[in-house]
Each structure stands twice: as C-alpha cells, then as structure tokens.
Design a protein around this ligand. Structure first.
Ligand code: PLP
Ligand code: ZN
Length: 504
C-alpha cells in the first residue's frame, strides 16, 4: 500500500522511530541495569532479568483505538522491518532503529481453524497457531529475531565488535540461533551445544547447515544449560538462550498476533502453550499484559501451560493450591516425545511465578493454569490432528492433549475457544512419528501405537511381472506396458477401486 493512500492521522505513526527507555530489571532484587551491555543475569544477585521500558507509560497517551489502527494498517505496508515481530515495535524493542532489524520471515504465522471433525470430537472450538511456519520451523525465531536485532544494533552503533553467540538447546533454539547468526556472518558467529542423541536428525542438520560450530554433550538439556551458563559467565560470548531477556521480548509477538487475528477481542479465549524452559509461557503472559495495559484488549485470555508427566516441574509447583505453600523443586526428566520441552529445571521459573501472579491479579481471579498429559496422549494427539489437515509437532500434540485434559478437568468449558500452539513444524519430529508407526518406542516412553493411527508405505511389485524399471534402466515397449498394467491393477486392488463405467 502507498503512503498516500493511508489515513492522514496515521501517516506519521506507521514508521516508528527509535524511542523508549529500556532497561533490565532483576526479578529477585529489583535492581535496574542499563542495556548498553548484554546481561543474562543480575550482576548484583544473579537473579533472572526481564526487559522493561521506563517510557511505557507514555504509550498510554495514544488512545487504544489508535493503537489498533496503527497495528492494523502496518500489516498493509511493504516495509520488511515491519513485516515480522516489529509490527509491534513500540511494545517489543522501541530503542532498536528499523535499519538494525533482522527480518528473515518470522512472525505472522497462520491461525488455522481445526478441522470440523476434530472440533466435534473434542467438544470445543479450537484453532492451531502454526509457529512451525517460521523460517527455522519453530517459534524460537520470534525471540531470536529480537535478540539478534539487538546484537546488530550494538554492532552498528559501535558498541560491540565481533560476537560469538552461544546457546544450549533441545534442538530448536540452536537451529534458530545458527540461522539468525549466520545472516550477520562474519560479524556474528555461532556455536551451539546439544544433548547428544536428544535432538532429532532434522534439528541436528539445521545448525550444521547454517555453518555453526556444533557440540554434542553427554546428558540431557539441563546439563548442556549448565555448561553454556559457565561459558557465558567465564568467556566473551553472547548467550542466546531464553535466559537472555531479549528472547522473551520477541516471543511476546505471539500474543499480539493472536489478539490482532481476533480483531482485538480475546474474550473467552484459552491459549495453550507447552512448557519446557518456560520462556514461551512467560512471553505469552507478558504480551497479553502489555496489550491489556494499553487498553488494546479489554480482557485477558486464559493461559494454560501443558507439561508431560515425564518433565513436569511447573505442573507440580502449581498442583499445590495454596500459593504460600508452593515450592519449586526441579525434577529429573524421563524420555519424552515432546523432546523440545523435556526440561526438569526451567530457567524462566522465577519469571513464570512473577508473571502468573500479576496475570491472575489483573484478571481478578485465577486465569493461569498448568495441566499434565501422558506421553501416549502427546503422540496420539499429534497423529490424530495431523491426519486431519494440521502440521503439529509433538509439542503441538501435547497442547491438543492438554486441551482435552483441561476440558475434562473444568479448566476450560465448551464456551471457550482454544488456541493451540504448534510450536514447531511436524517434519522436525518425524523420528517420533516413525517410532509410533513401527511401534518401536523404547519402553521408558510408555507409548503403544494405536492401530488406527499407524501408517506404512506399501511396496507394489506384482508377482506376475517379469521386468521392473530401475534407476537408469527404464523399461520400454511391451515390458513397459505390462509394468503399467499390472502395477496399476495391484494398486487399484489394494484401494478397492471400482472400474470406470463405460460411456453410455
Ligand atoms: C523450545 C520449545 C518448547 C518449549 O518452550 P520454552 O520456552 O522452553 O518453554 C516447546 N516446543 C518447541 C517446539 C520448542 O522448540
Ligand atoms: Zn538482582
């Protein structure tokens, strides 16, 4: 759309200029630290940080109706820096000039109404938000675009030289970090640490393909995280895990997009999010809170975190109904098909506790919940929805199982509309699909394949066929005709096809 076609009162507002007074705030000691250098934990007490904008109050001078129009009209512009998460620049990283924004196609992921048969079966209206349709095929790209745009800003303004970005990962953070870092090569290089054998082949191929240094470490994600934290404390590296508050900030865009796709009316929505390191659920709460603070949305949707019974520390924490008795205890994880969320000691737990408190208070009652599902439910969930038009990963299957559990337990009702986060693309997790189809899950998962959800390729090689084609050795003449006739006969037989009726 041309600027000359825009409403006159918006023309000056659509291209944001750097603004805001951003700072890190420590969630433990409340100290405030400048953003001039990259911080991951509070230099005073070691607590986790969140970013805040001391000038956020100024945004309230713009009426909420005006904000809605600004965000809606921005959708029409062909300005790359505003096509992704920075459509919400004022809420995400107001200090970042648009020419520092790294846009690789992240954000703006589709909200897809679940197939009618699935909704009838579940007894609730629900939609998937396909965050697997981000450039590295997971939601991590939202946070990475934010963290790497900030790094780019530091470099371009002469406040940082060459940067080595590091992260530990359950697979998707490293894919995303390696991709975004490689875009700024050679100023930014990346190294990723993965738990050996605990990421899928597709996830391992991603950072390798982006040219990152890839290290496989014994143990599980929680062990990798400890190593990478030591690296960040001891050496000159930039940490790209969600401990980095810029990651959380970028992931808030998920909530903004949901609100916008519902024309800013989120009444009776319930947003389901799988919980691993708990960065995403933190961001989702923070995002809705900001919109609510500005009056852009008038109510707060229900937030439902979902965990597997094999990695459920956040569920256990909230299982205690009396907040004064709650105590966080890390768990030792067991193998989980929701492998990207297989974390026993989530880094963002203090953020979740703080934000859930604020969220419930602002909602005027409990509005943040955590439900627990089985590994069987996760796999059955993923395969059931993908057979009906969706592209959910195992964590997306976890959300579906979580929605069914929440409905049974009365956390949501059939009056609600559920939004399920397909946090990554199904193809990243085809290894789990294959294990299901061949019924070969190791016993510690506790997953048995249901025959009606299994699927196999079928080799057609008619017994009565003398010659078949091979690569580089095509058939011709009668041999080819015979091959076509007998093979199509066998395929038709397997499908139970009726012959075409002869024309009358
Ligand atoms: C990282 C990840 C999660 C977990 O998100 P957290 O922010 O760590 O809670 C869930 N699903 C996928 C696909 C992921 O990559
Ligand atoms: Zn502190």
């Amino acid at each position: 759309m041309n600027f000359s076609d825009l409403p006159a009162d918006l023309a000056g507002r659509l291209i944001p200029k750097p603004a805001g007074k951003m700072a890190y705030r420590c969630l433990s000691c409340d100290a405030v630290h400048g953003i001039g250098e990259l911080l991951y934990t509070c230099p005073r007490c070691g607590g986790v940080l969140l970013l805040e904008d001391a000038a956020f109050g100024d945004l309230k001078r713009t009426p909420s109706e005006m904000w809605r129009r600004i965000f809606d009209y921005r959708r029409l512009l062909n300005v790359p820096a505003l096509k992704g998460i920075y459509r919400f620049h004022e809420l995400l990283g107001p200090v970042i000039p648009l020419d520092s924004v790294v846009y690789l196609g992240e954000g703006g992921t589709p909200l897809v109404e679940a197939a009618q048969v699935l909704q009838e079966e579940a007894g609730i209206r629900f939609l998937y938000k396909n965050d697997g349709q981000n450039p590295s095929a997971s939601f991590k790209d939202r946070g990475m675009a934010s963290a790497v745009s900030y790094i780019n800003f530091l470099i371009r303004s002469g406040r940082a030289g060459e940067i080595l970005a590091v992260c530990a990962s359950t697979g998707d953070t490293s894919a995303s970090a390696a991709l975004y870092a490689s875009y700024l090569h050679p100023k930014v290089k990346s190294a990723v640490l993965l738990p050996h054998g605990k990421v899928t082949p597709e996830q391992l191929s991603q950072p390798l393909g982006s040219g990152a240094r890839v290290f496989e470490i014994p143990g599980v994600f929680d062990d990798c995280m400890k190593v990478v934290e030591r690296l960040a404390e001891t050496y000159e590296v930039a940490l790209l895990n969600s401990k980095n508050a810029w990651r959380i900030l970028g992931q808030e865009s998920y909530s903004y997009e949901i609100a916008q796709d519902f024309d800013w009316n989120v009444q009776d929505l319930a947003v389901f999010v799988p919980i691993g390191n708990a960065g995403n659920i933190t961001a989702v709460m923070a995002g809705f809170l900001k919109l609510h603070d500005l009056g852009v949305i008038e109510t707060l949707p229900k937030i439902v975190g979902v965990q597997s019974h094999h990695a459920d520390p956040v569920f256990r924490y909230y299982e205690e109904p009396d907040p004064s008795l709650r105590r966080f205890v890390p768990v030792t994880v067991k193998p989980s098909a929701a492998q990207a969320a297989m974390i026993g000691n989530p880094v963002s737990m203090p953020r979740v506790i703080r934000l859930a408190e604020i969220y419930d208070e602002r909602s005027g009652g409990r509005n943040v919940f955590v439900v627990r599902v089985t590994e069987q439910g996760i796999m059955d969930g993923m395969l059931s929805v993908n057979r009906r038009g969706h592209v959910a990963c195992t964590q997306g299957g976890e959300c579906y199982a979580g929605m069914r559990a929440a409905l049974r337990e009365g956390v949501v009702s059939d009056k609600d509309t559920a939004i399920l986060d397909a946090t990554a693309h199904a193809i990243k997790f085809s290894a789990f699909q294959n294990m299901y189809f061949s019924d070969s899950f190791p016993p510690e998962f506790g997953v048995a394949a249901k025959p009606e959800l299994k699927n196999h390729p079928c080799l057609v090689r008619p017994d009565d066929l003398a010659l078949v084609p091979a690569p580089g050795k095509p058939l011709s003449g009668d041999a080819l005709l015979e091959f076509i006739a007998k093979t199509s006969r066998d395929v038709a037989g397997a499908l139970g096809l009726n012959p075409r009726k002869p024309a009358a």
